[in-house]
Design a binder for this molecule. Structure first.
Ligand code: LLP
Length: 432
């Protein structure tokens, strides 16, 4: 009945997540609070994994893009589900390592990895580095030489595909800080130089065209452009690469009007294109990698807040102020992102108010949404904001010295804390 399958309403008209009453969760743990349903996360992992089996003969690996939500528990879940992970910083890599994640299934991304991060990746035995540019190759090759190692590398390509999404999360076009471009020969030049490096093993190519995309076409186009480029590299240098990584970016439902495509349809469509292109170019089928982040965790998460006041400004708007805001969810202020909100204790009722959901930061732009439809809401109510499982906790800040909320995971009707709430002393811990 709500935008995510893990959400429902119980006999008391309360919102439930994974079958557990959100009003009771708020009472038990306090607010603001991130709540995630483990069943939904695992179901999404399986949908992707099963699709690789069904449509691509299992010759592939789903990498969970952990920037969407990174903490030790999510790496444990990804490992149990047989996924690899994409990490983009020393911090994510360290979290995966400390969670006991199999490091050979880690792909390390980033447009400006530091030497320290690359060294760490080599020490931890990260499976594959996703190189961004030739400067990185120089550093990596020198480090490998020092450490007596060789490393598998795939390179990030800008395939020249323009996905229709917010400008800040669009990355496939030539004007992007990520990767090397196809259309101006930069990508071919990369191979010419990288292939001279003794400690680097070029094993594939990568692209990521953007995020929150609702079309199949850009992924099909990327599959074809990328595989054709692999064939061009083979023809020019005689190099047979095995890995084709097409990134993430699959859209999800934040509000009723959003029309996501079934996750397995992406894998199905891409598999078809790859089979066709491989036959045309007389190539073996590459191992296919996809990197969904948002679509695995966003629908599994909600944020619970307590309403502190309702301010009706006649003929202007009604502000509903909550005990969180841009510190725990900066996506409205950054991207004008749309969210669905509801009053947790009246979840089954029809929305009858239009509100602006405002945070508690000292900043007028600190909003979670404007023009949001919601049930009649008053001071003391618990408001749930839906589909906050991705890029909320992971992008949270301590602006105004507000501690980050805890993350509670729901599983089989039980709840447990997977990330503790920060305290004021946590905020002070680095102050001298
Ligand atoms: N792979 C690469 C190389 C990426 O850069 C990203 C996301 C993903 C995979 C995962 O994309 P997803 O499946 O989650 O869409 N903070 C923004 C999203 C930034 C995405 C950055 N890269 C937001 O809150 O919408």
């Amino acid at each position: 009945m709500f935008i995510s399958e893990c959400l429902n309403v119980n006999s008391e008209n309360h919102l439930t997540i994974g079958g557990v009453d959100t009003v009771s969760i708020a009472k038990q743990y306090g607010t603001p609070l991130y709540v995630m349903d483990e069943g939904e996360i695992r179901k999404n992992c399986r949908t992707y994994k099963n699709a690789i089996d069904a449509y691509y003969g299992g010759k592939g690996l789903i990498l969970y893009a952990s920037k969407a939500f990174s903490c030790k528990e999510i790496y444990r879940i990804a490992a149990e589900e047989g996924l690899g992970v994409d990490v983009v910083s020393g911090g994510e890599m360290y979290t995966a390592y400390k969670a006991g994640f199999p490091m050979d299934k880690v792909y390390f991304h980033g447009n400006n990895k530091t030497e320290a991060e690359l060294r760490m990746a080599l020490e931890y035995g990260v499976g594959c580095i996703v190189a961004d540019n030739l400067d990185e190759i120089e550093t990596l090759d020198a480090l490998c030489a020092q450490m007596g190692k060789t490393v598998s590398v795939i390179v990030r390509i800008k395939p020249g595909i323009d996905a229709h999404t917010h400008d800040f999360i669009r990355t496939g076009q030539i004007d992007s800080k990520f990767g090397v471009a196809l259309e101006n020969g930069e990508a071919m030049d990369f191979f010419e130089k990288a292939l001279l490096k003794k400690n680097i093993k070029m094993v594939g190519i990568h692209c990521h065209i953007g995020s929150q995309i609702f079309d199949l076409a850009p992924f099909e186009e990327a599959g074809s452009v990328m595989l054709n480029f692999m064939a061009d590299v083979r023809d020019r240098f005689g190099l047979e690469m095995t890995k084709l990584n097409l990134g993430g970016g699959f859209g999800i439902k934040y509000v009723e009007g959003d029309t996501p495509i079934a996750y397995d349809a992406y894998i199905c469509a891409v598999s078809e294109v790859i089979k066709k292109t491989a036959a045309e170019r007389n190539m073996p089928m590459p191992e296919i990698l996809m990197e969904p982040g948002r679509s695995i965790v966003a629908p599994a998460g909600i944020t619970l807040y307590t309403v502190g006041n309702v301010k009706e400004i006649k003929d202007v708007r009604t502000y509903v102020s909550i005990d969180g805001g841009m510190g725990d969810n900066p996506r409205y202020i950054l991207y004008n992102a749309d969210y669905t909100a509801l009053v947790a204790s009246k979840a089954g009722d029809k929305p009858s108010m239009k509100i602006t959901l405002a945070g508690k930061c000292c900043e007028s732009g600190d909003l979670i949404g404007e023009g949001m439809d919601i049930q009649p809401v008053e001071k003391g109510d618990i408001v749930a904001v839906l589909a906050t499982g991705a890029y909320n906790y992971s992008m949270a800040s301590n602006y105004n010295r507000i501690p980050r909320p805890a993350v509670v995971m729901v599983r089989d009707g039980e709840t447990r804390v997977v990330v503790k709430a920060e305290t004021y002393d946590d905020i002070l811990k680095n102050d001298m």
